[in-house]
Design a protein around this ligand. Sequence first.
Ligand code: CP
Ligand code: NVA
Length: 305
Amino acid sequence: MATRHFLKLSDLTPTELRQVLNRAIELKQNLKEDDIYQPFVGKVMGMIFEKSSTRTRISFEAGMSQFGGSAIFLSPRDTQLGRGEPIEDSARVMSRMLDIVMIRTFGHDIVEKFAQYSSVPVINGLTDDHHPCQLLADMQTYLEHRGDISGKTVAWIGDGNNMCHSYMEAADLLGFKLKIASPQGYAPTAELLKKFAHCVSLVDSAEQAAQDADLIVTDVWASMGQEEEQQKRIKAFANYQVNEQLMTFAKPDCLFMHCLPAHRGEEISENMLDHQGSVVWDEAENRLHAQKALIEFLFHQQGVM
Ligand code: CP
Ligand code: NVA
């Protein structure tokens, strides 16, 4: 049987995605009840980080420990990957010793190539194009607070970036409507908008996107790797801040999410994380539970029980 990878959200079918989300809620509940559940004793995850991380690293490492396994942090600075050993060679070697691999890197083609040569499941921990693990956590959080997201309206305010792309896939898989408001030149490509036209629309302003929304989501204006564009982006995104005023356009019980880290005074107002609709801390915590459900799913697909 072919090895299953998780490089983008749509690598799961809608049914599998819902299964993983429900299992994440169950695993969270069990953990809170102090249930020790160690089905993967001796299993080892390799975590390759070419970009910084707080949540992703800690959630994967803690998740593997809780499962009875372990995780190895691999920085390209200290491995031969950083000295030019080809991805395909690294993938073949690492997957002979590891049971599962997580990669955070720049080009999406890097995780695709690694997965192509890996004999064990590969998880995308963020690329320039996708951040599917964050969507697992976001969708789990919505489910916990408000129930099924299908038929709801989600507003994406800001950059048409990796997170936005993963939201587009989520809209398709889970059946919600996604309204995107981005400054000129920062929206997702016309090709992507066309592909998802049945569930995604590009609107003219942040207010228009927020109108009657059930969930408002944003992200940093300059992603990792775009640090030199920061000043230019601050100007371009000035009308795209999520703040208390913008929330008044949405439904009264609208939730607010941000994958974090956040920049107060830029994409969000000073107190936005403490807004009554904000669920950002649950969202961050759910990285742990959602990814544990994902790891379990991929191991089961691999025949590891
Ligand atoms: N949201 C997220 O992926 O956070 P880190 O960059 O801290 O991993
Ligand atoms: N879009 C952001 C997400 C960080 C978790 C980035 O790629 O830097």
